[in-house]
Design a protein. Sequence first.
Length: 303
Amino acid sequence: MSSNTTYAEWIAVDWGTTHLRAWAMSGDTVKAEAFSEDGMASLTREAFEPALLRLIEPWLGAAATPVVACGMIGARQGWFEAPYVAVPAKPGELQPVQAPTDDKRLNLMIVPGLKQADPADVMRGEETQIAGFLAENKDFDGVLCLPGTHAKWVRISAEEVVSFQTCMTGEMFQLLAEQSVLRHSIAAQGDDPDAFVEAVSDTISRPEKLSQRLFNLRGENVLNALDPATARARLSGYLIGAELASTKPYWLGQEVALAGSPALTAAYEAALRSQGVEARSFDAAPLTRTGLARLHAALTESA
């Protein structure tokens, strides 16, 4: 954690399930940043405000400081529920919701998530990443994929989220690699690019065989001493291949962009390239902050 005793003009906050990150801001310039593991999953509702104050108190002055926050802070189990906004919607024009605080030095505004009625789907936090992406790519017309624990495929046109689809690929990978019978056969780290791409293609061509192919990793490890790093690459390829099979109407024939951690976007780039799709990749880390800055600027202009 780093801090800066200089008062912030405003504070940007990204509050996830497992983490809390904050930035002391002056306009769209970062003056300081701080991080903790006080994610939503570890907090009661009464614990949110103290957790935030522990992180940002050095940045506060005597007057109320604007705080613009996104993510699970606005969930039903969070600090204060910020109702979802139905798509189609423009992420850059979302109206943050005023949240109650006990400490009068906080003027807390929470960015609402997005919802889709049919098929039923929701996002919270990613809408701010999308706002950040569109702030730098205003003319983008295509599909933005946000890989992660719950990967989002988002159809965008005229700076508007038209529709989206969520896949639990990252969470399934973690559960299978760490808690299923496959944990005995999967390396904690390592890679095999050729095995990964082959597994992607295998699953796209025959997605109905996914369950059998998964257990085959265990069989090959026991009987043929399959390298655990290769098994890890195949597991990733099988699951991302299943995701691509289910989202094909999104990426086929479209301009595709990826926003996530460099390691994840590289894997999705390789998977899409194996299907003849060249995707542009962006580091998601700064996009949330850029999106929060865009929304804060809109609040300031409308005040």
